[in-house]
Design a protein around this ligand. Sequence first.
Ligand code: FHN
Length: 426
Amino acid sequence: MSTSPVSAPASAVAPHLEWFVHERFGMFIHWGLYAIPARGEWVRSLEKLTKDDYQPFFEEFNPIKYDPRQWAKAAKAAGMKYAVMTAKHHDGFCLFDSKLTDYKATNTPAGRDLIREYIDAFREVGIRVGLYYSIIDWHHEHYPHYGDKIHPMRDNEAFKDYTYDFNQYLEYMHGQVRELLTGYGPIDIMWFDFSYDDMTGEKWRATELVQMMRSIQPNIVIDNRLGGDGKSANPEIYAGDFKSPEQILPPEGVVNEEGKPVPWESCITLNDHWGYCSGDNNYKSPKTVIRGLVECVSKGGNLLLNVGPNALGEIPSLSLDVLAEVGKWMDGNGRSIYGCGPSKLEKPEWGRYTQRGNMLYAHIYDRGMGPINFRGLSGKVKRARLLCDGTEIKVETPWMAWEYAEDAFISFSSAELPDSIDTVVE
Ligand code: FHN
């Protein structure tokens, strides 16, 4: 076990990823026609709704309370530094004013480009903007019978029955990605979703797609869900800039095939659904969210926390309540998150470490019965402060023991730090 707080492993990432691995905490937004049935974003598939069954939602969609400035304000107050919003989910409905389809928000009673308003509002408060784009599309004509009795769940199954030339769909898909990258200013993240079975990599013409994207916005960050086996042509192109574990906190940090740590982001719902579900009040507590964020950072990853706005365009109040509490913690302790990563110190039994350079942060979860001891830090810690209010923590070595507040988050200045240690007072 390491005997001293050493600087966290230098996470050498490509320059265009430096902001991503620094900011650590983002808002995921799943919103669209499915907010009207309010049974989650897979409602059309799970309930085998035909195009005609689903059409009334298109004809009535009118989010009269949509004010993305309020969404941006909530994200900022929660300490979120970037956001990713659905431009098109699997149902094929476009929240942006695409010239390639009539199936878009500007043709509904909403009559608005919802993505443009989202981008403007979040950028205005300094939050980076990402777009989620579904590469599967249940509405597009290559799926003429989606939802019918035959109900082909997968593109390849569908094509057994039809003569449709899938490249026509790919031209549509690539064309929409081009629209999003040329019509809305700098986009920080393109979040594709999802590849499966043999519908992956070059089946989406992924190399061509990513090369097109990079020719338009060279610094855009791209997730790993265009797929590809990593062994075929140009794996570095569409293997993605970051891995995207979903609804889990990986047991360890995430590494590539060579065992090298890679950027990653866990995407997790606040309740149990991505899209709005009126009956789902099973929300995670602020403490669960904070500990999840700390755990991601302690393993070198990010947390993308999801909200599912309702059909009127409001983020549910239960979501806002959790975000507000998380924001209070981030106000006092965000320095133990932003720009931080794993420590080389072994995970302590009472909680987790995050580290930035030679500033070590001890996140104490489990008071347990006995005193805390910080094995491996003896003689190395120059000062310790309670991060949320700057309280001095008396440091005895080698066995440091004292009472501390529940959930104390303590910053240590290790020996190599300059004399001054900044404390954060709530
Ligand atoms: O099918 C989607 C799902 O609706 C949601 O968008 C999640 C979020 O990452 N991705 C897919 C399931 O893995």
